[in-house]
Write a new protein. Structure first.
Length: 550
């Protein structure tokens, strides 16, 4: 059976054949294909053989009753200038229940990616429309741009597909019959929203009450009671007891307030201090403190009572400049030996006033047990009152991080420390430099490596001390560390270093960190002097143990 004089491949099998129709006409056109025309697919009727009315349109296409061209003359609508692999498995397989819509009497032509040109009505000015293969270039690349019959070379290096993805499979082309919408119209972002944002924060704990007990080879047994507030407000006077209950009394300005009491067997110290980190909303800090200090030395007793006012300015996060004035009364009593000139000159009360400037550069990572960074502090002080003299001190500490675990623990640190000090000729004995003990030269008793007058340790006006220490972890949790060190230096009565007065000690020790006992670790050191004076006092074992509770 045939319709319009054209044979059909099967009486019951409708077929699709490409047709090209001019706009506004239902007549078939066998002329060469026009790529600006609309490509359509028409379906031939099957066994019904029913003709459509003349001039009718079947779903907007050429009437199915119109004469069909020979399949061998079907035009090839391959995309000019672009060759893509044909889509796989797009034609349904024939089955008794489903008709076969393949091409009649011929091998299906290679349509490639069809070019669905736009009809001849006005287009918006979007630039050159791209109706070929969509641009699926990788981010940051300059992908190829396709236009009918042309191929534009990339302006930069091409970026291939990600690793493990075969070329052409990351974004497959759309199947036949699916139109690519082309480039989207320009998109204009809305203006940014502007408004006020209210931020509510909850204040963390700023005050603390701390008590502790410490013992060390230099100061003996001491206790410590501390009240510290880091968000103090001097001007917020409480209106009643309720302000103390809810925590609003004397708080809220970011000022610092500290009360400290440290009674002990050999040393007692009491301190009251106030600090303002930003004086009058400027980058200048201000602090004022009053203190009482009492120390029972081996050769005399000493008590100091006074105050200090200081200003600071931070030049950078690590560099700061400070200036301070000090006034104190020093009382020396109970000399162990009479007839020592330097000691007899200071017996009783002595008034001292001084002005001091210092420059500090500190990049250490931890203040108690540094593992890297350095500290450099240079200070000059001029003292007047009962005694007039200048004083210069230099403190240098460098910490080298040699190795660590990938997580930052298990640090091996090499440290170098050096201290240098000069003081004027009128310096009183209680302001002299001394050496020996845990904080200066280990292996010697406290002040046991200092100049003496007879049996009285009088100290000196020149100090040079140094230390090289290597610290390494012993346990995986860093709670136990070992140290090996070499301490050296001397203190001289005048500005002349005698080689015979030089002291050197070698030793090793342990550092035990227990978080429940405070930030400072327990220090246990054993040192042996290898260079010493006959008058020096030896103490091979030195230690520091502190227990603090908040």
């Amino acid at each position: 059976m045939a319709v319009s004089g054209q044979p059909l491949a099967a009486a019951t099998t409708p077929q699709f054949a490409p047709r090209v129709a001019r706009l506004g006409s239902t007549e078939a056109d066998n002329s060469p294909p026009n790529y600006n025309a609309q490509t359509s697919y028409t379906m031939q009727p099957g066994a019904t053989g029913q003709q459509n009315p003349p001039g009718s349109v079947f779903n907007g296409q050429v009437p199915p009753g119109a004469p069909q061209p020979n399949a061998a003359a079907a035009p090839n609508f391959a995309q000019p200038g672009l060759s893509l692999p044909p889509p796989n498995n797009l034609a349904p397989q024939p089955s008794p229940a489903q008709p076969n819509y393949g091409q009649p009497n011929a091998v299906p032509p290679n349509y490639g990616q069809p070019n669905y040109g736009q009809p001849n009505y006005a287009q918006p000015n979007y630039g050159q429309p791209n109706y070929g293969q969509p641009n699926y270039g990788q981010p940051g690349s300059n992908p190829l741009q396709y236009a009918p019959g042309t191929m534009v070379a990339p302006t930069g290096p091409m970026v291939g597909p990600p690793a493990g993805v075969a070329p052409g499979t990351l974004f497959p082309p759309p199947p036949n019959g699916v139109l690519d919408p082309g480039a989207p119209p320009p998109y204009y972002a809305p203006p940014p929203l502007v408004g006020d944002v209210d931020v509510y924060v909850e204040e963390t704990q700023t005050g603390r009450f701390m008590f502790g007990v410490g013992v060390n080879s230099d100061a003996g047994l001491t206790g410590q009671i501390v009240i510290d507030e880091r968000n103090f407000s001097l001007g917020r006077v409480p209106n009643g007891f309720q302000d103390f209950v809810n925590g609003s009394a004397l708080r809220g300005r970011g000022q610092g307030f500290r009360i400290e009491a440290m009674p002990g067997t050999n040393v007692q110290r009491y301190l009251l201090s106030f600090s303002e980190p930003y004086l009058f909303d400027t980058p200048i800090s201000f602090s004022v403190s009053g203190f009482l200090f009492d120390r029972n030395y081996f050769d005399w007793d000493e008590q100091r009572f006074g105050g200090r006012v200081s200003f600071g300015y931070r030049l950078s996060p690590d560099l700061s400049l400070s200036a301070a004035v000090r006034g104190e009364q020093v009382e020396v009593t109970r000399p162990r030996v009479a007839g020592v000139k330097d000691l007899d000159n200071v017996l009783g009360e002595n008034d001292l006033f001084s002005g001091r400037v210092s420059l500090t550069y500190d990049t250490r990572d931890f203040p108690f047990v540094p593992t890297e960074g350095h500290l450099f502090e240079l200070s000059y002080e001029q003292v007047f009152g009962s005694f007039d003299y200048p004083r210069v001190e230099l403190d240098m500490r460098k910490y080298f991080l040699l190795r660590e675990r990938p997580d930052g623990s298990g640090r091996h640190t090499l440290a170098y420390l050096a201290r240098l000090g000069f003081s004027g000729s009128q310096t009183p004995i209680f302001e002299n430099f001394f050496a020996g003990g845990y904080s200066t030269i280990r292996g010697f008793d406290f002040r046991g490596a200092s100049p003496q007058d007879g049996t009285v340790t009088v100290g000196g006006r020149l100090m040079f001390l140094g230390s090289v220490e290597y610290m390494f972890p012993i346990t995986a949790d860093d709670m136990l560390k070992g140290v090996v060190f070499c301490d050296y230096g001397t203190v001289e009565e005048d500005f002349k270093i005698e080689s015979d007065d030089y002291r050197v000690a070698l030793g090793a020790g342990l550092r035990i960190s227990i978080p429940a006992m405070g930030p400072a670790p327990i220090a246990l050191d054993f040192a042996v002097p290898v260079a010493r004076e006959n008058t020096d006092d030896i103490q091979n074992f030195s230690f520091f143990v502190g227990v603090s509770r908040f």
